[in-house]
Design a protein around this ligand. Structure first.
Ligand code: IMP
Length: 425
C-alpha cells in the first residue's frame, strides 16, 4: 500500500478517526505526528464508542503498530489514562505502542498558563482546549522544552525542570499573581509517570526507517484541521502545530520522498470549535438543528461546535496546501432532512470578490459568503452502501463539491459506525 497522510481539510473534527480506522486493516503502522490530547478522534464499532486523544486511531486493530511521533506533545497523565481506558475495553497496546524519545512533554504549568492566558484575553481569547498545547509548543520553539528522552535522564530532567520552574513561576507570579509550582511535587509526579511509560519510549525515527526499508505501509494520522495549522490556518485562531500534510514529515521523522499520497477529510458541511472567523456559520435555528443531528459537541472538551454550510473556498485552500489528490466526505446523512443546501463559492468584502481564501482576519470576519443553492434530497442515506444508490440530489451535491474543488471524492460516510461508509471506485 502507498504511504498515506490523512488530514482534516476544515477546522478539525471532520471524521479523520473513522477514516483512519477504515484504512488501518490495509496498513502496518499508524503514526500521529502533531498536536496532543487537544485532539479527540472518535471511532464507533457496533455498540462500542472510542474517543482517542493521543494514541493513534489504528490501535483498535490488533497487531497494528502505533507511533506517537517527535512532533506530538504528550501529557503523560492523559496518555496513561488512555492506555488504561483501552485496556479496560480489552485493547492491549503492549509491544505495539511506541513514543518518540524526541516528543515534548506537557507539564502542569503548561496547562495553567494556557488557562490563565485565555482568561486574561477575555473576549479576544482563542478558545483553546486548555490542555497546555500552545505553551508546550512555545517552550519547544524557545528551546526550553523537556522531551521524553530528557525524562529518562535524571540529571538532565532535574536541571531542565528547575530552569523551567524558575522562569514559569516568575511569569505566573508577575503576570497572573499565581502562586506557582514546587519542584519536588512535579519531579516526583513525573518520575512516577516516566516509570510507567518508559517501556514505550524509543527512537521511532529509526523504527520507521526500518519499516520503510521493509516496504511496510504507513498511515500518518493528522489531528485538528488545515485551517488550525499554525502557518496555513486562520492565525491567530489556530492550534500551535503544523496540522497540514507537510507536518507529517518533520513530525514523524520520515522524509517527503517516502510519502505517496495525501487524503483530505471533509464534513458535508462545516464546523468549528473555539473562537475565530467562520464566514458560513449558520443562523440560530439551523445551527441547533444540525448540531443536534450531527452530535456536534467537542470530543475533548464537550463544547458545542459552531456549524455552517460547506465552504468550497476554505477547502480549495486545503487542497492546495496539502497537495490532496482525493477527499473523503463524512456526515452526509446529517443533511438528509434539509429542503435546500448551500455551498459557499467565494466571499464579498467591500465590493471586492475573493475567490481565494483570504488571510486577513478582518476580511474573513466581515465578508459576506457568496452561495450556490441546491435542492436537498430529503431521504434517509444512513443505510446506503454504495454511491449508485444515493438519492440523485445527494449525488448532484457531491458532484458539485468535486467540481468546485477540482478533486475527486474517494469515500463517503453516512453514519458513525464503521459499516456506514463506502468507497467510490
Ligand atoms: P489548542 O490546540 O488547545 O491550543 O486550541 C487552539 C484552537 O484549536 C481552538 O480553537 C481549539 O478549539 C481548536 N482545536 C484544537 N484541537 C482541536 C480538535 O481536535 N478539533 C477541533 N478543534 C480543535
Amino acid at each position: 500500500m502507498p504511504n498515506i497522510v490523512v488530514v482534516g481539510a476544515q477546522w478539525g473534527d471532520e471524521g479523520k478517526g473513522k477514516v483512519i480506522d477504515l484504512l488501518t486493516p490495509s496498513y502496518n503502522y499508524v503514526v500521529r505526528y502533531q498536536g496532543g490530547n487537544n485532539a479527540g478522534h472518535t471511532v464507533v464499532s457496533g455498540n462500542e464508542k472510542f474517543v482517542l486523544h493521543l494514541v493513534p486511531s489504528g490501535v483498535l486493530h490488533k497487531n497494528k503498530i502505533c507511533i506517537i511521533g517527535p512532533g506530538v506533545v504528550v501529557d503523560p497523565k492523559a496518555l496513561i489514562e488512555e492506555i488504561e481506558m483501552l485496556k479496560s475495553k480489552g485493547i492491549d497496546v503492549e509491544g505495539r505502542l511506541f513514543i518518540s524519545e524526541q516528543a515534548h512533554v506537557i507539564f502542569p504549568y503548561h496547562r495553567t498558563i494556557d488557562e490563565l492566558k485565555e482568561t486574561k484575553k477575555g473576549k479576544a481569547k482563542i478558545g483553546t482546549t486548555k490542555k497546555g498545547i500552545g505553551p508546550c509548543y512555545a517552550d519547544k520553539v524557545a528551546r526550553s522544552g523537556i522531551r521524553m528522552v530528557d525524562l529518562l535522564n535524571d540529571e538532565v530532567f532535574t536541571k531542565r525542570l528547575k530552569e523551567n520552574l524558575s522562569e514559569k513561576n516568575a511569569i505566573l507570579k508577575t503576570l497572573y499573581d499565581f502562586k506557582g509550582f514546587f519542584f519536588d511535587e512535579i519531579h516526583s509526579l513525573y518520575i512516577g509517570y516516566r516509570d510507567r511509560i518508559k517501556k514505550y519510549i524509543v527512537d521511532t525515527t529509526v523504527m520507521l526507517d526500518e519499516a520503510v526499508r521493509k516496504k511496510k505501509s504507513i498511515v500518518f494520522e493528522g489531528a485538528q484541521g488545515t485551517h488550525l495549522d499554525v502557518d496555513c490556518g486562520t492565525y491567530p485562531f489556530v492550534t500551535s502545530s503544523n496540522s497540514t500534510a507537510g507536518g507529517a514529515c518533520a513530525g514523524s521523522g520520515v522524509g517527503p520522498t517516502k510519502i505517496d499520497k495525501v487524503v483530505g477529510v471533509v464534513k458535508a458541511y462545516t464546523t468549528r470549535v473555539g473562537e475565530g472567523p467562520f464566514p458560513t456559520e449558520f443562523p440560530g435555528d439551523l445551527m441547533n438543528e444540525i448540531r443536534s443531528r450531527g452530535g456536534e459537541y467537542g470530543a475533548t472538551t464537550g463544547r458545542p461546535r459552531r456549524c455552517g454550510w460547506f465552504d468550497a473556498c476554505l477547502v480549495r485552500r486545503s487542497i492546495i496546501v496539502n497537495g490532496m489528490k482525493e477527499i473523503a466526505v463524512t456526515k452526509l446523512d446529517v443533511l438528509d432532512k434539509l429542503p435546500s443546501i448551500k455551498i459557499c463559492t467565494a466571499y464579498k468584502y467591500k465590493d471586492k470578490i475573493y475567490e481565494n481564501f483570504p488571510s486577513d482576519i478582518e476580511v474573513l470576519t466581515n465578508c459576506e459568503p457568496i452561495y450556490k443553492e441546491y435542492k436537498g434530497w430529503q431521504k434517509d442515506t444512513t443505510t446506503i452502501t454504495s454511491y449508485i444508490k444515493l438519492p440523485s440530489n445527494a449525488k448532484a451535491y457531491l458532484r458539485e463539491i468535486e467540481k468546485l474543488l477540482r478533486t475527486k471524492i474517494g469515500l463517503i460516510s453516512v453514519g458513525q459506525d464503521r459499516k456506514q461508509a463506502f468507497v467510490i471506485e
